[in-house]
Design a protein around this ligand. Structure first.
Ligand SMILES: Nc1nc2c(ncn2[C@@H]2O[C@H](COP(=O)(O)OP(=O)(O)O[C@H]3O[C@H](CO)[C@@H](O)[C@H](O)[C@@H]3O)[C@@H](O)[C@H]2O)c(=O)[nH]1
Length: 411
């Protein structure tokens, strides 16, 4: 049987800034969505690929950051060898892959999946593989269609309708090119390492020839330095998914990503979700609760709620479209909507913590001409006193909120 490997591009600390304040406590790839770290969902999908033996996390976080996750995931997915490889500095989306090429090619894998960490997706990896094996490409990208207004944020593809061969690839164009974008999920043949070598050499030649050319130092970018030329040489294909996909860039986008994975559980693993039971809380739609959490039977929860370990939800509490992280206590009759409640936070009685739902994470909500936060985010150890209303705010760690706040960043 052919052996496969996978790489998850986890990036590094400086790139997590848009994920603040949640990334102050945990690196973004490990932030829990639908009860599991973001990249656990990648691993779960990869574990279903027969012959997939190894997953390498490549990034520029400290070595120790992923150790516990790797230990836990290795127990859960025993057939996969999971390791972290650290770039000494950010080498770009292909730089780390090139740097660790010997390790990646060890054992002679037939093909290699490369997955961006910061996406939520149904990961149709088997379908991508079947598609890849029936085409002559060196790489298959997972593609999806997005709204026209989303131009500039993604890598865009123009493909031949009959064969799905990619004719053009443009990274974050200034103007509208196509509604088909790259999901940041790829399947490569190992020949990609020759292409990377050529791309590195071409870069070096450009610098040598013209001293005024400052290429982006030693970074090798999968998108600009490789995919574009793969398209030009007819070696790039796109497998288009109509299933769910979205980026997880900002802290706010964790809430819609959470909803997508919970809805997926409903289809694939409904036993992971809470059900309405006699004597239990009222459950609306998809709700995930960690077994160590307690929810009072008079509470009403859902849809799209994740309740983390050791959380205590009091009498008459209402929670909807939210992520409640470990050790949070929500006292009687409070209401949490469209929010993330950070680790060890405490919400008093009759309090209200509320955000505004967003359909598109980059949609800017303005009020009286001022940009406001959409999802409300409380970082760790925030205390909201009884009867206080917090609406559309970001609250940094260790704050005690004694008065109502709207549309603010509370430091
Ligand atoms: N190891 C490593 N990982 C990196 C580096 N730079 C970024 N990454 C990781 O690579 C992924 C892509 O990150 P960005 O470079 O921020 O690109 P983007 O704006 O997310 O756009 C990419 O993804 C889109 C889909 O989400 C694509 O549409 C787009 O074409 C591009 O591939 C993320 O998981 C990020 O953590 C690096 O130097 N080293």
């Amino acid at each position: 049987m052919n052996m496969h490997k996978a790489i998850i591009l986890v990036g590094g600390p400086s790139r997590g800034t848009r994920f603040r304040p949640l990334s102050l406590n945990i690196p973004k790839p490990l932030f829990p969505v639908a009860g599991h770290p973001i990249i656990w969902h990648h691993l779960e999908a990869l574990s279903k690929i027969e012959g997939l033996k190894e997953v390498l996390l490549i990034g520029f976080y400290e070595d120790s950051i992923f150790q516990r996750f790797i230990d836990d995931a290795t127990r859960e997915f025993p057939k996969i060898n999971i390791r972290y490889f650290r770039e000494y500095q950010s080498l770009g989306t292909a730089g780390g892959i090139y740097h660790f090429r010997d390790e990646i090619q060890r054992g002679d894998p037939k093909q290699i999946f490369v997955l961006n960490a910061d996406v939520a997706c149904s990961f149709p990896l088997k379908e991508m593989m079947e598609f890849h094996n029936t085409h002559q490409g060196l790489c298959t990208i997972l593609g999806t269609k997005v709204a026209r207004e989303a131009a500039k944020r993604y890598g865009y593809l123009v493909a031949k309708p009959e064969s799905n061969e990619v004719l053009h690839y443009v990274e974050k164009p200034e103007s509208f090119i196509s509604d088909l974008i790259s999901c940041g999920i790829y399947l490569f043949n190992c020949d990609i390492f020759n292409e990377m070598k050529n791309a590195m050499e071409n870069k070096q030649h450009r610098v040598d020839r013209d001293p005024l050319v400052t290429t982006d130092d030693d970074k090798l970018r999968l998108e600009q330095d490789l995919l574009r030329s793969l398209a030009e040489s007819k070696k790039l294909y796109v497998y288009v998914t109509t299933d769910f996909w979205r980026q997880i860039k900002t802290a706010s986008s964790a809430v819609p990503a959470n909803a997508l994975y919970l809805e997926q559980y409903l289809k694939t693993n409904p036993d992971r979700l809470l059900k309405n039971e006699q004597g239990g809380p009222t459950i609306v739609g998809c709700v995930y609760k960690h077994p160590t959490a307690f929810v009072d039977p008079s509470a009403k929860i859902g849809p799209n709620v994740t309740i983390g370990p050791r959380v205590v939800v009091g009498k008459g509490v209402r929670i909807k479209d939210s992520i409640i992280l470990d050790n949070v206590e929500i006292k009687a009759n409070s209401c949490i909507l469209h929010s993330v409640i950070g680790w060890d936070s405490k919400i008093g009685t009759w309090a209200r913590v509320e955000g505004t739902p967003v359909t598109n994470e980059e949609t800017v909500i303005t009020q009286n001409g001022v940009k406001v936060q959409s999802i409300t985010i409380l970082a760790n150890e925030v205390m909201v006193k009884d009867e206080i209303i917090i609406r559309n705010c970001i609250v940094l760690p260790h704050k005690e909120l004694r008065s109502n706040c709207h549309n603010e960043v509370l430091m």
